[in-house]
Design a protein around this ligand. Structure first.
Ligand SMILES: *Cc1c(COP(=O)(O)O)cnc(C)c1O
Length: 419
């Protein structure tokens, strides 16, 4: 073997090696409450870091534009078959590079520039790619946005129906990034049918819950289901599109050659491994525990005077409005980070503050659940959060809590970490 191939990262590039190790320790020693993050298994990491990254394979299994696909075809086919089986879908395309490109492929499959798309507004919990103005999806298409009700902070599907009747979108999105409640896919499907729109369900955040039956599934109600693979589904960073047999051709063509070149085969293998893991009883238990933990954390926060958007949660995610705690979301998030509790500041519906320093924080339980934490730990986390948010400039307190956080984390080893 060429000597360079036996060298480790530390031999070749000590700077990067050290930074990776530091990040690994940071992930080990902190309570990670970013709702879109997780810890992948060692098996998923190994597949992602494999020689499959060396291979080009434009096309689909059995129909490639490059030779040498004997094993790659089998890997992608296994991945497709596992996705179809897990979600009960007619078809799966596992090539999108991530969630945003997957969504772009949906536009390319069904819309022409200037056509009307309808999605949830970003400040209400929607995603950029559902037609928000700074996104390509809001500038190349005519975007109509629905929000949540001022009194309930929930989507009013009668309002969505009214708007859809008036605007006649070609594409209707359901889903988002900061929705603490169950998404009523059947109602969206009904509205899309009435106005002749393609119904796309974006389950990026909740795919793991859907796979495990901890959230209702959009299959077979949606024409297309889009997802990332790295959030609750606990795979490598990637994207996936599932659809009905009728839309298979349009979706496949839109991903390749419409939007992308060669698929990332190392990622495909990682997704295949994650999908195999997601079909197990252990995964089902994990997914239901994510929801149990989120409800426990929400209840403990409410007990400590936190105001939660919609009052609680049905899934993995909690949005807290810190106005009642007299601190901004950004100041709270930075203080919590100093105390070893990592989350993100987030706008709340009808937020009077600006997106770069909004009123809220977003909290998610997937990562802590992957470490094996349960309801008692959620209570402890709520207590620490309350202490920090009540004293956002007390660096001594933050350092003390960071030490306690490290001690708790040591009792719950994170999957995939070597340190
Ligand atoms: C995370 C997310 C995406 C985008 O995924 P990326 O992989 O970050 O591009 C799309 N839609 C929703 C609802 C998401 O939460």
């Amino acid at each position: 073997m060429h000597p360079a191939l036996t060298k480790t990262i530390a031999d070749v590039d000590p700077e990067i090696a050290e930074l990776i190790t530091s990040e690994e320790k940071r992930q080990r020693d902190s309570i990670r409450l970013i709702a879109s993050e997780n810890y992948v298994s060692g098996a998923v990491l190994a597949a992602t870091g494999s020689v499959l990254t060396n291979k080009y394979s434009e096309g689909y299994p059995g129909k490639r534009y490059y030779e040498g696909q004997k094993y790659i075809d089998q890997i992608e086919q296994l991945c497709i078959d596992r996705a179809k089986k897990l979600f009960g879908a007619d078809h799966a395309n596992v090539q999108p590079y991530s969630g945003s490109p997957a969504n772009l492929a949906v536009y390319f499959a069904f819309l022409k520039p200037g056509d009307t798309v309808m999605g949830m507004a970003l400040p209400s919990g929607g995603h950029l790619t559902h037609g928000w103005n700074v996104s390509i999806t809001g500038s190349y298409f005519k975007s109509v946005q629905y929000g949540v009700r001022k009194d309930t902070h929930r989507v009013d599907l009668d309002e969505v129906r009214e708007l859809a009747r008036k605007e006649k979108p070609k594409l209707l999105w359901a889903g988002g990034t900061a929705i603490p409640r169950t998404i009523e896919f059947a109602a969206y499907a009904d509205i899309a049918k009435e106005v002749g729109a393609i119904f796309a369900a974006d389950i990026a955040h909740i795919a793991g819950l859907v796979a495990a039956g901890a959230h209702p599934s959009p299959v077979p109600l949606a024409d297309v289901v889009s997802t990332t693979t790295h959030k609750t589904l606990r795979g490598p960073r990637g994207g996936m599109l599932m659809c009905t047999a009728a839309q298979q051709k349009a979706i496949d063509r839109a991903v390749f050659p419409g939007l992308q070149g060669g698929p990332h085969n190392h990622t495909t293998a990682g997704i295949a491994v994650a999908l195999k893991e997601a079909a197990t009883e252990t995964f089902k238990t994990y997914a239901h525990q994510i929801v149990t933990n989120a409800k426990a954390l929400a209840a403990a926060l409410v007990e400590r005077g936190f105001a939660l958007v919609t009052g609680g949660t049905d899934n993995h995610l909690i949005l807290a409005d810190l106005t009642t705690k007299n601190v901004s979301g950004k100041i709270a998030a930075k203080a919590l980070d100093a105390a070893g509790i990592e989350l993100n500041y987030n706008s709340v519906p009808f937020d009077p503050r600006k997106p770069f320093d909004p009123s809220g924080i977003r909290i998610g339980t997937p990562s802590v659940t992957s470490r094996g934490m349960r309801e008692p730990e959620m209570k402890q986390i709520a207590a620490w959060m309350d202490q920090v948010v009540s004293a956002p400039s007390d660096a001594t307190l933050h350092a003390k809590i960071a030490g306690e956080v490290r001690e708790l984390c040591a009792k719950f080893p994170a999957p995939g970490l070597l340190v």
